[in-house]
Design a protein around this ligand. Structure first.
Ligand code: ATP
Length: 436
């Protein structure tokens, strides 16, 4: 349970996220809608950077993974085959006195209600399916029900043969996808940690049965390493192995990667050995042969799947929490330059002597590859503080020395160290420092 101190950190982060334009409450002018959020100018950049870093490491830097972008609405049979219709539910209880709603697996039902303190006040446990329903076409009857996908993975499974054939792939190979998923969560919360609409970055790796354990270990390590590239503190990350009673119906083995949030250790990514469950089920429900033909051994079999599944929004929250630092005179987001929304700010020291003109020229010369920000309003100290809160790794200041020798001051965000760089070398300097 969150204590006052952890709430304070989260409150401050939520307020900074709004103030600087990372994240806003959805439909705020109408009083907001629970657990839905909008990404502002900085948030959208940061989210894009996280997705690009993931895509780069999963697709561009490898030669065994293809990309996919499947549609959100799928044939309803997909969800029967996947087990979501029957089993994608959370146990729900209400307190009869204060009407608070809980996930029965997250509280102790023997104890008093955590909100009002009354004893024996819980209703019976009810199973609540988390899939959002809607109707396809104008007729709202049971024959036209479709679901908003609760995970992106199924879009990958049903396209297994399409991708394999089009990309002429042999096992082992993977399919990566980034996209929205929707879950009608009973208890959303902790800002963007658990929302009802979110984005996932999933990769499904198809392997020969018998080689699954080796690949599972491989992906566990690979995925943990990725968080170093995001710049997260190592001691805030750990694995959590699912005990046999925690394992999902489809999984032979599962590990979560957890991060220590102000509200405790929580999952940010799941790595699952899904066996041949998914393709077997889709083969059964679709009547299509989803086996793989191994032309060396002349065998036909259903591949096993190793899944890596991570939430993009949850990762963004993790990066914000990890980067949030209060120092004596400033609040600074020590984000990895690779994911920082604004890579550099260009600041004329004063609004005269031709400094703004030189600064704008620099902006024109270096913009194009990444987000650059120009700011001439307020004292230089205030402008530095604003950029510290936005997590901008470099501030480039045009000052009186620039007029003499064409060098600028480059200030590094975390150390506040300053060095002089020639105007003609700024682009190379930034390219070097911003390499992911
Ligand atoms: P939880 O136990 O937290 O409900 P889960 O085990 O159901 O999560 P998965 O189905 O494995 O989660 O989803 C993979 C990843 O998708 C999670 O690690 C998380 O990063 C993200 N995710 C899942 N549900 C949500 C949500 N409601 N809001 C934001 N991200 C989510």
């Amino acid at each position: 349970m969150a204590d006052k101190n952890t709430n304070k950190v989260m409150d401050k982060l939520v307020s900074l996220a709004k103030r600087r334009g990372f994240i806003f409450q959805s439909s705020e002018i109408y009083g907001g809608i629970n657990s839905c959020y909008d990404y502002g100018p900085l948030g959208v950049e940061m989210k894009k950077n996280i997705k690009e870093l993931w895509w780069k490491s999963m697709v561009y830097e490898r030669d065994d993974i293809e990309g996919l972008d499947a549609s959100i609405l799928m044939h309803p049979k997909v969800w029967e085959a996947s087990g979501h219709m029957a089993g994608f539910s959370d146990p729900l209880v209400d307190c009869k006195v204060c009407k608070s709603r809980f996930r029965a697996d997250q509280i102790d039902l023997e104890k008093p209600c955590p909100v009002c303190g009354n004893r024996d006040s819980f209703t019976e446990i009810r199973q609540f399916n988390l899939m959002f329903k809607t109707f396809m076409g104008p007729v709202e009857d049971s024959a036209h029900v479709v679901f908003l996908r609760p995970e992106t993975a199924q879009g990958i499974y049903v396209n297994f043969h399409n991708v394999r054939e089009a990309a002429r792939r042999k096992l082992p190979f993977g399919i990566a996808q980034i996209g929205k998923a929707f879950r009608n969560e009973i208890t959303p919360g902790n800002f963007i940690f658990r929302t009802r609409e979110f984005e996932q970055m999933e990769m499904q790796y198809f392997v020969k049965p018998g080689e699954d354990e080796k690949w599972f270990e491989y992906w566990k390590e690979k995925r943990m390493q990725w968080y170093q590239r995001l710049g997260l503190q190592k001691d805030k990350l750990r694995f959590h192995e699912h005990a046999p009673d925690e394992l999902a119906h489809y999984a032979k083995a599962a590990f979560d990667i957890e991060y220590e949030f102000p509200f405790g250790w929580n999952e940010i990514e799941g790595i699952h050995n899904r066996t041949d469950f998914d393709l077997s089920r889709h083969q059964e429900f679709s009547g299509k042969d989803l086996r793989y033909f191994d032309d060396q051994t002349k065998e036909r079999f259903i591949p096993y799947i190793i899944e890596t599944s991570i939430g993009c929004d949850r990762t963004l929250l993790t990066c914000l929490v990890d980067a949030y630092t209060e120092e004596e005179e400033r609040v600074v987001l020590k984000l990895s330059p690779a994911i920082a929304p604004i890579k550099a700010a260009v600041l004329p020291l004063v609004k005269r002597d031709g400094m703004p003109e030189i600064a704008k020229k620099i902006v024109d010369e270096i913009r194009g590859d990444y987000r650059i920000f120009y700011d001439e309003a307020g004292s230089i100290g205030r402008r530095y503080r604003r950029m510290d809160e936005a997590g901008t790794p470099f501030c480039i200041t045009v000052d009186s020395q620039t007029l003499e020798d064409k060098t600028v001051t480059v200030r590094e965000r975390d150390t506040m160290a300053q060095e002089r760089v020639h105007i003609n070398e700024i682009k190379t300097y930034l390219d070097e420092k911003l390499k992911a």
